[in-house]
Design a protein around this ligand. Structure first.
Ligand code: MN
Length: 164
């Protein structure tokens, strides 16, 4: 399972005693209905010094995105109430939330999905189970570079580099 596979590396990555000034005060919203994935993603993101907000369905994700305007959103695709891609599309269509980078996390990777995922307007995507080092790279890329990066045509990260 996801947690077992990532466990060894996670233990190493969690050793980060000091708060990194680059991540202090930054907030990541995780939209994920699988409790094990939520636990793993939260631990990884928190270990980097980010504040974590959690939503276990799409409407809660929309609500928290509007309320807290996080610096980054990790978006699951299969959620109990609606598709994470619909949530992404909705956030990208709204002037208040469109600047928030969204990384879509997808468990089922099939040829053809990529097009649908890109069409949602997300800024990047990563397959689950996640490769933690690449995942952290992706988060840092979007949070620290911010809007300047997203305005370029290369804002959408290539999936081949991210996937195992
Ligand atoms: Mn799900």
């Amino acid at each position: 399972m996801t947690e077992g596979r990532a466990g060894g590396r996670l233990a190493t990555l969690l050793v980060k005693p000091e708060r990194d000034p680059a991540t202090a005060g930054k907030c990541v919203l995780i939209v994920e209905d699988n409790p094990l994935n939520m636990k793993l993603f939260s631990a990884v993101v928190e270990a980097q010094g980010y504040h974590v907000l959690q939503a276990t369905n799409g409407s809660q994700g929309l609500y928290l995105a509007h309320l807290e305007h996080p610096d980054l959103i990790m978006m699951d695709v299969q959620l109990p109430d609606m598709s994470g891609l619909e949530v992404t599309h909705s956030l990208k269509a709204d002037n208040y939330t469109r600047d928030i980078p969204i990384i879509v996390t997808t468990a089922h990777w099939l040829r053809g999905d990529e097009e649908e995922i890109r069409a949602s307007g997300c800024d990047g995507f990563i397959a689950k189970p996640i490769a933690i080092a690449e995942f952290l790279e992706l988060i840092e890329l979007f949070v620290t570079r911010g809007a300047a990066h997203r305005d370029t045509s290369t804002g959408q990260v290539e999936s081949d580099r991210i996937r195992r």
